[in-house]
Write a new protein. Structure first.
Length: 366
């Protein structure tokens, strides 16, 4: 048995997963990052042609992305691409390094494949991420998620700095204004504040030699009127796409479970139905052509298909990998390809939006 075969061996994968689950969540995350840095990742099979996707002018081998929060400091985007992701979003990165919130700050809810985190944008800062990204291998599609320092006196200036720093390197940029773990950050979703922010980002981009796509990441904890104003502002702003959604501060889906009462954002399977309904509702507001990444609670091929049917052009996942490992990526790719074949579609893009109104009106849940 060769080394690659060993990494793909189901027994070895289960042993590794069991070992990680015995560690506290943040230690397990660091161990996984280190393993990837040392090359302990099996090379994925090439994606079927039916999964090839074009998003925001980018050609992706498949529509499955690694969500930000895993590779916060742009350390392992290469190994993640090797593992089968169609694209990788690194970050969140802030202008200055910061430690984030006190530990412990990540909590598993294994009964429902959930995670609560209150990390607080812990990262090495713009300069360190830039140095790691500047020599990346061509062909790896990498987005950069930018945020604001907790002690910043001007959040908008921090996002502008992110556009200036990373426009030369990023395949796309995401303005993350929806983390619940930086006090006051979600206030940027209000109409006047959001209009000022997006205008500043678009103006800054226009002055850069490279016109990198800008996406906005929003929370699932929004009222209908708030979604109306966000959609209106986004369409008027000139940005290129939306990401729905970040973690939720709601605990309705995990009531009674250990760690459910911990402060922070809830992700993983318990987020799926809420995030997917919000995705569909934003799709109806933005129209069929506006690029949207669907994220929040994907845990299987079925859930990835549902996210596309609710209106996503491409999807991202992270929390489910805590429980299912990186091999889940290949399982989802296989399930998507099978759905394309069974429905006699020419491409996975044919799944996008086929159930958007049912999801938006709450007639579907999984």
């Amino acid at each position: 048995m060769g080394f690659g075969d060993l990494l793909r061996n189901a027994t070895m994968q289960k042993l590794a997963q069991d070992m990680l689950m015995r560690m506290d969540a943040e230690t397990a995350h660091r161990a996984t990052i280190n393993a990837l840095k040392f090359g302990l990742v099996p090379a994925a099979a090439p994606s079927p042609d039916s999964l090839a996707t074009r998003f925001c002018g980018l050609d992706l081998p498949n529509p499955i992305g690694m969500a930000p929060g895993f590779d916060k400091n742009a350390e392992v985007f290469g190994p993640l691409a090797k593992a089968g992701f169609g694209f990788v979003e690194v970050g969140t990165v802030t202008p200055r390094p910061q430690q984030g919130n006190p530990t412990p700050r990540v909590f598993r809810i294994p009964e429902v494949m959930g995670v609560v985190n209150r990390l607080g944008f812990n990262n090495d800062g713009h300069e360190a991420a830039f140095e790691r990204l500047k020599n990346r291998v061509p062909g790896q599609v990498v987005g950069i998620n930018i945020g604001a320092n907790k002690d910043s006196t001007d959040f908008v200036a921090d996002y502008v700095a992110g556009v200036k720093t990373f426009s030369p390197l990023a395949d796309y940029l995401t303005a993350n204004i929806s983390s619940p773990n930086t006090p006051g950050l979600r206030n940027l979703q209000s109409e006047d504040a959001l209009r000022r922010l997006l205008a500043a980002l678009v103006e800054t981009r226009a002055a850069q030699p490279r016109q990198t796509s800008i996406l906005l990441k929003i929370a699932p904890d929004l009222e209908q009127t708030e979604m109306d104003s966000i959609a209106r502002t986004v369409l008027e702003s000139g940005i290129d796409g939306l990401i729905v959604s970040n973690t939720t501060i709601s605990r309705d889906s995990v009531t009674g479970f250990q760690n459910a009462s911990e402060a922070g954002g809830l992700s993983g399977r318990p987020l799926f139905n809420l995030a997917t309904q919000r995705l569909a509702q934003m799709r109806l507001r933005l129209g069929p052509a506006f690029p949207i990444i669907g994220v929040g609670g994907i845990h299987s091929a079925q859930s990835a298909i549902a996210k596309l049917e609710a209106g996503a052009n491409v999807v991202q996942l992270y929390s489910a990998l805590v429980y299912g490992g990186l091999e889940m990526v290949e399982e989802i790719k296989s399930g998507l390809a099978q759905a394309v074949t069974e429905r006699r579609l020419s491409n996975v893009s044919g799944l996008t939006g086929v159930a958007v109104r049912d999801w938006a009106e709450g007639r579907i849940a999984i």
